[in-house]
Design a protein around this ligand. Structure first.
Ligand code: F0G
Length: 358
């Protein structure tokens, strides 16, 4: 089945792509009908680049819990359920914890999530709480939380669902399948934000698998982007105190580093950092000119494309991955917009008309 057969009967990505995934008839499918997200042309970005190109956004913020993590989590939780596991654990900058909680609870499991205290966007924290996770906020960053959960999963009967869990990447690779089905080929460039670098590795796996199966004629260059204050893969060193407004990718020691570097090398791609200012600029353009509200980390893919505009070959097709929904981080939205907002108005037509300029 392809995402072009997008219908209300979409069965979720495990069922849709079962021939490409490590599942069998004994795997209980835990799904919220994730996947089949839209690929949307973003002409405002094309206009800024001023070349004969096509730019699309893969809007993965439209997954059931509002981020691409659901693609990986349907797999990780279904496989954990297959093994009769009763509890899962993850470290998270927010989205993984929301997704893990939703799928784990749906499967009747306990979900323990370790988050960096004070650095998780409000919407994500709200989700983890509502989905019934057991939330442990630590006085440390994501990298520190990940070290702890990895050790916890070794010592106790609990399954780790961070992207070191190989099933996560298999689920996430389906986004590459959907892109190829929508475009009838792979794009020339795939622009993607990187944090722990699982998603870029998953996309590359998906593009390679479809290419090898003859479903695309080419492979994209993998263009990865990190926030300047949090760019271990760009500067090739561990960042002890990562800083960025894009809290989702505030990670200083990515666990999937080797896989991401292989994706870069094998695709003849490239990594680059983007400043918080560049991220917010792209975030605002997507919102006010395209009607697409993504979270700051996601906008790094578009910010990165704009930063590389001189290098973009004419006639190319580019996909920017928008990994998470803007509603996840309302504080960032309210602080970073150019909207006209008039408050405290008298409730009368005269005032309203005058304020509107009539
Ligand atoms: N974009 C968003 C919105 C994310 O939440 C993440 C990662 C990334 C991009 C980067 O993806 O780690 O596969 O390179 N969020 C993780 C979390 C770390 O805990 O939610 P990556």
């Amino acid at each position: 089945m392809s995402s072009s057969s997008l219908t209300p009967n979409w069965p979720g990505l495990i069922e849709a792509y079962k021939d490409w995934l490590p599942v069998n008839e004994n795997t209980p499918v835990i799904t919220l009908k994730e996947g089949a997200t839209p690929l949307i042309r973003i002409k405002a970005i094309e206009k800024l680049i001023q070349k004969d190109i096509k730019v699309y956004a893969k809007y993965d913020g439209l997954n059931p819990t509002g981020s691409f993590k659901d693609r990986g989590m349907t797999m990780a939780i279904s496989k954990a359920k297959e093994k009769k596991c009763e509890a899962v654990i993850c470290a998270s900058t927010g989205n993984t914890s929301a997704s893990a909680a939703a799928y784990a609870k749906r499967a009747g499991m306990r979900a323990f999530v370790l988050i960096p205290d004070g650095y998780v966007a409000q919407g994500k924290l709200a989700q983890a709480l509502v989905y019934g996770a057991e939330v442990l906020a630590i006085k440390g960053n994501f990298d520190c939380a990940l070290d702890i959960v990895q050790e916890m999963a070794e010592k106790y009967p609990i399954t780790l669902v961070n992207s070191v869990n190989p099933f996560r990447l298999h689920g996430q690779k389906t986004a590459a399948f959907e892109i190829i089905e929508s475009l009838n080929d792979a794009p020339d460039w795939l622009c993607i934000p990187m944090g722990n670098a699982g998603n870029i590795s998953a996309y590359w796996m998906g593009f390679e698998e479809y290419f090898q199966a003859g479903k695309s004629n080419k492979l994209p260059k993998m263009m990865g982007f990190q926030a300047s204050g949090s760019a271990p893969l760009v500067f090739n060193k561990i960042i002890k105190n990562p800083k960025t407004i894009a809290t989702a990718i505030r990670i200083g020691n990515p666990v999937n580093k080797e896989k991401a570097l292989a994706a870069k090398k094998n695709s003849k791609g490239s990594f680059l950092d983007v400043t918080d200012e560049e991220i917010i600029n792209a975030y605002k353009i997507l919102g006010k000119e395209e009607g697409i509200f993504c979270e700051p980390a996601s906008a790094a893919s578009v910010a990165g494309l704009l930063k590389r505009k001189e290098e973009i070959p004419e006639s190319s097709t580019i996909v920017c991955v928008l990994t998470g929904n803007g509603l996840k981080d309302p504080d960032c939205a309210i602080k970073n917009n150019d909207a006209a907002f008039y408050s405290g108005l008298n409730p009368e037509i005269k005032t309203v008309a005058k304020t509107m300029g009539f």
